[in-house]
Design a binder for this molecule. Sequence first.
Ligand SMILES: [Zn+2]
Ligand SMILES: [Zn+2]
Length: 286
Amino acid sequence: MLTDYHVHLRPDDLEAESGEFFTAENVDRYLAAAEERGIEELGVSEHVYRFREALEIWDHPFWIENARDDLDAYAGFVRTTPLRLGLEMDFVPGREDRIANLRDSQEFDYVIGSVHFVGDRAVDHEGWDAWGASGDPDTIWRRYFETLAEAARSGLFDILAHPDLVKVWGRARPLPERDPRFYYEPAIDAIAEAGVAVEVSTAGLRKPVEELYPAPAFAAMCVEAGAVFSLSSDAHVPEDIGYGYEQALDAMGRWGVREIAVFEGRERHLEPLGSGEVAARGDSSP
Ligand SMILES: [Zn+2]
Ligand SMILES: [Zn+2]
């Protein structure tokens, strides 16, 4: 089984309006790309902050400028398609009840938890850059993984997105001197306790860091802790569906990951990890 669950129907820019991208024609382009790449389960997970309802969770200026769409309309539209219905929700510390209320307002197949911000600065967005004047890498990495740990332990989410997103800029931002495993540790403990699925995301291959999320050391610690994994591209255009999956499958094989998490109605089960094409060839042989 191959999945692509962390998928956006449109680019992140404000001009990419829902009316243009939440259409049957656009969904067909995504489904065709998935079929071509042997991906059996395709789901979408728009950013929570693009919906007006998200302002009940957080009133960050970036969220205010993005909150234009209606969550009911999104969920209703996705239910007219074969796509699984998901949502990418930022974890905002202290707003757990509000996050749960919004999450429970729709019948999602899965909810993906993300950490993009430490405090009110973003680790991956130049407009709200956490790496400014006082952006000491040791502090940012520590806070990032502590927040990720809180997100896992909150029990709010089915999947933890791009788990080491803090490395997104690669060498374009300072790296801490310590062994990264020092920073990972609180997050791994929380992942093991909460049982949340850890996303293997090929988005990092398209970013300055040019690596999968998570890094091999993070993955090894997850495997050691008995964590389960999901697989996604974080595509924002149909061309990126299943992007870099060969590389991801190679890496997961090396890590000893044989199964991936599959979701429906926020129920999780595990399926053997592998290409649909291989399975189809096996079925058709005499
Ligand atoms: Zn994200
Ligand atoms: Zn995303």
